[in-house]
Design a protein around this ligand. Structure first.
Ligand SMILES: Cc1cc2nc3c(=O)[nH]c(=O)nc-3n(C[C@H](O)[C@H](O)[C@H](O)COP(=O)(O)OP(=O)(O)OC[C@H]3O[C@@H](n4cnc5c(N)ncnc54)[C@H](O)[C@@H]3O)c2cc1C
Length: 425
């Protein structure tokens, strides 16, 4: 039988939102458990590793978590399923167990939107955030020529990480127009910290209205073709990193039955207290829409306070949250993907790279389920995490709510759960 543990507040995700939620809830004395599938807290922005230099803010939040004896951090822990009301099935490297909670705060962040183009499956082509994560995990890139393409400020952050690791960033191709990017920069005075950051990230290789056409190479990427100001250019390179913005990570929320926002980015819907459509389930950070770490911190703290009944403290943070909501809205407006991005895949470009499903095989499908049943799109190892987002962008298909298990799981964990269900019956 799997062990059963209890806590007052369970927080899924130890990025900025989860950390802020835990620290806000802690003074109440509630028993708090924070789980995250990464080896250490920090989330995407403060990802640790042999090639990472942690900023002071990340250390500050980690220290704050450690100061509270009623916060327990379970790193390297994944959510497998929701076997009963107010209960999650968890697994780490050693065991599987069930965790019963009174309040749940989902801080599951976002993932990169990866879109298919000819050559995107070549070795050496990764996501922009993916390249960052690889470098922080110790991938040597010294002396390599890197092209970064796609959209949004993450391209500049990835370029900065690559340069700091000794790579030569030969081009940053931003699909948004010069006017859109200039408009974004002109508005940054409203968020002085972001304005200062943008100066440090400025790069002479940055080009607007520039989008990827294809990547070429044999056993490894060797060059990339870009459409730049209406002209095609080819650039020799050793690596290509592409990111087309972020997409909220709503898997767990949807599995539980949380409603999504009606319009826009398919994020978890929350009210002013960060409460989802389910009683006792809150959500904070980029699973409610992407908008940066400051917004995630403000939302996380509000959710943490609200979950332990400290409504006054939660209310005091509403103005701060609104400030960062405005930043998020500006970000979305300025870096909206141009319709031409949908023309990147050619008929033979693989959309589902796990099951080798080309774009042409999906063109006449009526929706996600049709594509899944008749073309095996989304049936592979990533379970639609990559091609599902791409298909949503390319064809407007919304994948249905995920089914358990949420990630690959050991038989022993599931077997323990089955014997528990038998015992209950
Ligand atoms: C790949 C990537 C790289 C990024 N790099 C930068 C950057 O360099 N600079 C920057 O300003 N912003 C960056 N961002 C944006 C950044 O994610 C946010 O601004 C900020 O980290 C959001 O905080 P969060 O707490 O909402 O989510 P995250 O920081 O994404 O934290 C969510 C955490 O939840 C965990 N998690 C999710 N689901 C589960 C589950 N089912 N079980 C267990 N754990 C789970 C994840 O592993 C993650 O650690 C990046 C985003 C991505 C996707």
């Amino acid at each position: 039988m799997t062990a059963l543990e209890h806590c007052d507040v369970l927080i899924v995700g130890a990025g900025p939102a989860g950390m802020a939620a835990a620290v806000a809830a802690a003074p109440s004395g509630a028993s708090i458990v924070v789980i995250d599938d990464n080896p250490v807290p920090g989330g995407q922005i403060w990802r640790d590793g042999p090639g990472a230099t942690l900023p002071a803010a990340a250390r500050k939040w980690r220290d704050a978590l450690e100061r509270h004896a009623n916060i327990r951090i379970c790193s390297g822990t994944r959510v497998i399923a929701a076997p009963a009301r107010n209960e999650l099935l968890l697994e780490d490297a050693e065991r599987g167990w069930r965790m019963q909670w009174k309040k749940l705060i989902l801080c599951t962040g976002a993932r990169e939107l990866l879109l298919p183009f000819p050559g995107w499956t070549l070795p050496g082509v990764t996501g922009a955030g993916g390249l960052q994560a690889l470098i922080k995990a110790g991938l040597p890139v010294e002396g390599e020529r890197i092209v970064i393409a796609g959209s949004g400020p993450l391209l500049l952050a990835a370029a900065s990480t690559a340069r700091a690791a000794g790579a030569k960033v030969v081009r940053i191709a931003e699909q948004a127009s010069f006017a859109a990017v200039a408009g974004f920069a002109a508005n940054l005075w409203r968020w002085p910290g972001k304005a200062a950051q943008s100066v440090t990230l400025a790069d002479p290789q940055y080009r607007t209205a520039s989008r990827i056409v294809s990547a070429q190479g044999g056993s490894q990427v060797e060059s990339v073709r870009l459409l730049q100001g209406g002209r095609e250019v080819e650039i020799a390179c050793d690596r290509v990193a592409c990111g087309f913005g972020l997409t909220p990570n709503t898997q767990l929320g949807r599995l539980l039955g949380c409603a999504l926002t009606a319009e826009g980015a398919q994020a978890l819907a929350v009210d002013a207290r960060q409460l989802t459509s389910l009683p006792d389930v809150y959500a904070a950070g980029e699973c409610t829409g992407f908008g940066g770490s400051e917004r995630a911190l403000a939302q996380g703290a509000i959710a943490g306070y609200a979950a332990v009944g400290n409504e006054r403290a939660a209310k005091q943070l509403e103005a701060e949250r609104a400030r960062w909501d405005a930043f998020a809205a500006q970000l979305h407006r300025s870096f909206a993907l141009a319709p031409e991005i949908k023309q990147m895949p050619q008929p033979d470009t693989l959309v589902c790279r796990c099951e080798d499903v080309p774009f042409s095989a999906l063109a006449d499908c009526t929706g996600w389920t049709d594509a899944k049943l008749h073309r095996r799109c989304g049936m592979g190892a990533c379970q639609g995490r990559v091609c599902g987002d791409a298909a949503q962008f390319l064809f407007g298909w919304t994948p249905p709510a995920p089914r358990p298990p949420l990630s690959p799981v050991r038989i022993a964990t599931l077997a323990g759960l089955a014997s528990e269900v038998d015992a209950r019956q």
